[in-house]
Design a protein around this ligand. Structure first.
Ligand code: 5RP
Length: 233
C-alpha cells in the first residue's frame, strides 16, 4: 500500500484498533501504549464502556494516553496497585518478519516497555506500512541528561549515528514524560535486534531503548480491509 496515503493509513489503524478492542472484557486491567493507533483503540473501547456499561481499568504509558483514557471513561490505576497486567495494547514504528519491533517515535518507550514486561500478553496494533522484512528504522533511546555526552560517544563507537531529538514547541531537547532526553540513533539494518537491545541497555545512562525484541510480543494485529493477525513462528 502507499503509506503516503494518510486516509489509507488511518483507516488501517482503525481496523487494527477495532479488532483489539474486541479483546477487552468487563473488569480487565490493561496496559495502554501511546500514539495515534492506541488513540483509536482507546476511543473504540470508550464506546464499549458507554454502550455496554463495562468497567475497564488501565495503566497508561504516557500523559497522552492518560488524558485520553480518562476522557473515554476508563479508570486509571498504577503499578503500585497492580504489579501484573493481563494484557497490553500498543502501537509500533516498525515490525520485522520475526515480530521484533522498534518503538518510541512518540517518546514513550520507557513506560511502554515497563507495562509490556508487566503484562501476560502483549498485542501490537499497526497499519501495514509498519511491516518490514528487517528492522532498519532509527532507534529511539531514552537517556539520563547527565550522561548525554558519554552515552553519545559510546553509541558512536558502536557505529550508531546519533541525533538528539529536538522539541517542536520549545527551544532545545525534547524531554520525555520521565524528564530524560531522547536520542534517535541510526544503525542501518538490524541483523540481531535482541543483541543490540541488550548492548545498548548496558551503557550507564541509557534508561531504555526502543528495540522491543520478539520475546516480549505475543501477537501483531495489522489493519487492512480486514484485520490480519501475525503470530511468532
Ligand atoms: C510511542 C510509540 C508508538 O507506539 C509508535 O510511535 C507508533 O505510533 P503511531 O500509532 O502513532 O503510528 O512507540 O512511543
Amino acid at each position: 500500500m502507499d503509506v503516503t496515503n494518510n486516509m489509507g493509513v488511518e483507516s488501517e489503524k482503525i481496523v487494527a484498533a477495532k479488532e483489539a478492542s474486541k479483546l477487552i472484557d468487563d473488569g480487565m486491567v490493561i496496559g495502554l501504549g501511546t500514539g495515534s493507533t492506541v488513540e483509536f483503540f482507546i476511543k473504540e473501547v470508550g464506546e464499549r464502556i458507554t454502550k455496554e456499561e463495562i468497567e475497564v481499568w488501565c495503566i497508561p504509558s504516557s500523559y497522552q494516553s492518560h488524558i485520553l483514557a480518562i476522557d473515554n471513561g476508563f479508570f486509571v490505576t498504577d503499578l503500585f496497585q497492580v504489579g501484573e497486567l493481563d494484557l497490553c495494547i500498543d502501537g509500533a514504528d516498525q515490525v520485522d518478519r520475526d515480530l521484533n519491533c522498534i518503538k518510541g517515535r512518540g517518546g514513550a518507550l520507557l513506560r511502554e516497555k515497563v507495562i509490556a514486561q508487566a503484562s501476560e500478553t502483549v498485542i501490537i496494533i499497526i497499519d501495514s506500512g509498519k511491516l518490514s522484512e528487517k528492522l532498519n528504522s532509527f532507534i529511539p533511546i531514552e537517556v539520563l541528561p547527565f550522561a548525554y555526552g558519554s552515552v553519545r560517544k559510546k553509541i558512536e563507537k558502536m557505529g550508531g549515528k546519533v541525533n538528539l531529538r529536538e522539541s517542536d514547541s520549545k527551544i532545545g531537547p525534547c524531554i520525555s514524560d520521565n524528564g530524560n532526553f531522547i536520542l534517535d540513533v541510526e544503525f542501518g539494518v538490524l541483523e540481531n535486534p535482541k543483541e543490540l537491545e541488550t548492548r545498548l541497555n548496558g551503557i550507564a545512562g541509557v534508561v531504555e531503548n526502543g528495540i522491543f525484541s520478539s520475546e516480549i510480543i505475543d501477537k501483531v494485529i495489522v489493519g487492512g480491509k480486514t484485520a490480519r493477525i501475525l503470530r511468532k513462528s
